[in-house]
Write a protein that binds this ligand. Structure first.
Ligand code: NAP
Length: 260
């Protein structure tokens, strides 16, 4: 299927690895020129070079912490202040118990996983509206639908972003701007690997066994992949997504038993 976005310009935040990289690859395959961002330069530069060589699009790496004013200013400068496609992403906050977190911990999580996405939408969506076309995908989490007890900081910040997008997406839709959230369940990225490693150490089992056990909790008996995730993201950024507004699309292999 031709996604109809060849020649568009996109920003993928936190895009050197994992789900962000999956989104960058799928958008590049569809012909989108990209700015991609991450904090570390090695993986970022390698990813940018590999994607550019594989798909023949322009990929500009911009190193920086996207959750800071300076990080966001750097990506906006590289975009000359405008983009057709925005994929918001950042690392998730640490787990813990409800009594663990101070006000500062909440502010940090809300800054990273809510207000960073809001700031980038406020910077880039007005230009999309003026030009009459735009696509935004916010990477959130399955925990928005089925909150995970130990991820209280993430549950809180991502619920805030979800509420913002529910209103904002409907305020911009008539201008041709499509805003949605993608909710990953367990995907085979570095992050999932480090969770498996933690379980293997805690329970004295191999990493493979820890992964196998977790896979059995998912109806597909497998983890999602960054490629699956990226393809869905690219579809939401395509011409065909025109009528999908303000949705929370769950990619979790059926793990959350939500039928409506
Ligand atoms: P990952 O494999 O660990 O990759 C994270 C990527 O984000 C890397 O490119 C990393 O590069 C970059 N990054 C992290 N923090 C950043 C920051 N502050 N500024 C700029 N770049 C940053 O993680 P993932 O599995 O793709 O997860 C992506 C998001 O989805 C996270 O918010 C995670 O909580 C959420 N999620 C993931 C899963 C899953 O199963 N994978 C499930 C539910 C939710 P640098 O480290 O070099 O910055």
């Amino acid at each position: 299927m031709d996604l109809g976005i060849r020649g568009k310009k996109g920003l993928v935040c936190a895009g050197s690895k994992g789900l962000g990289r999956g989104c960058a690859e799928a958008l590049a395959e569809a012909g989108v020129d990209l700015v991609i961002n991450a904090r570390g330069t090695d993986a970022l530069n390698t990813t940018a070079a590999e994607i550019a060589a594989k798909y023949g699009v322009k990929v500009t790496p911009v190193a920086g912490d996207i959750t800071t004013d300076a990080g966001r200013a750097a990506v906006l400068e590289a975009l000359d202040g405008q983009a057709d496609i925005l994929v918001n992403n950042a690392g998730g906050p640490p787990p813990g118990k409800w009594t663990d977190w101070s006000r500062e911990d909440f502010i940090k999580a809300i800054d990273a996983n809510m207000l960073t996405a809001v700031a980038l939408m406020q910077a880039l969506v007005p230009g999309m509206m003026e030009r009459g076309w735009g696509r935004v995908v916010n990477i959130t989490s399955q925990s928005v639908r089925t909150p995970i007890a130990i991820l209280g900081l993430s549950n809180t910040a991502r619920a805030g972003l979800t509420g913002f997008v529910a209103g904002m997406s409907r305020q911009v839709a008539a201008s041709g701007v499509v805003v949605n959230n993608l909710l990953p369940g367990i995907h085979a990225t570095d992050r999932a690997g480090s969770l498996d490693l933690g379980v293997s150490k805690a329970e004295g089992i191999s990493v493979e066994e820890a992964r196998h056990r977790r896979e059995q909790t998912i109806p597909t008996h497998s983890y999602g992949t960054a490629e699956d995730f990226g393809a869905t993201c690219a579809f939401l950024c395509s011409q065909h997504a025109r009528f999908i507004i303000g949705q929370n699309i769950l990619l979790d292999g059926g793990a959350s038993n939500i039928s409506i």
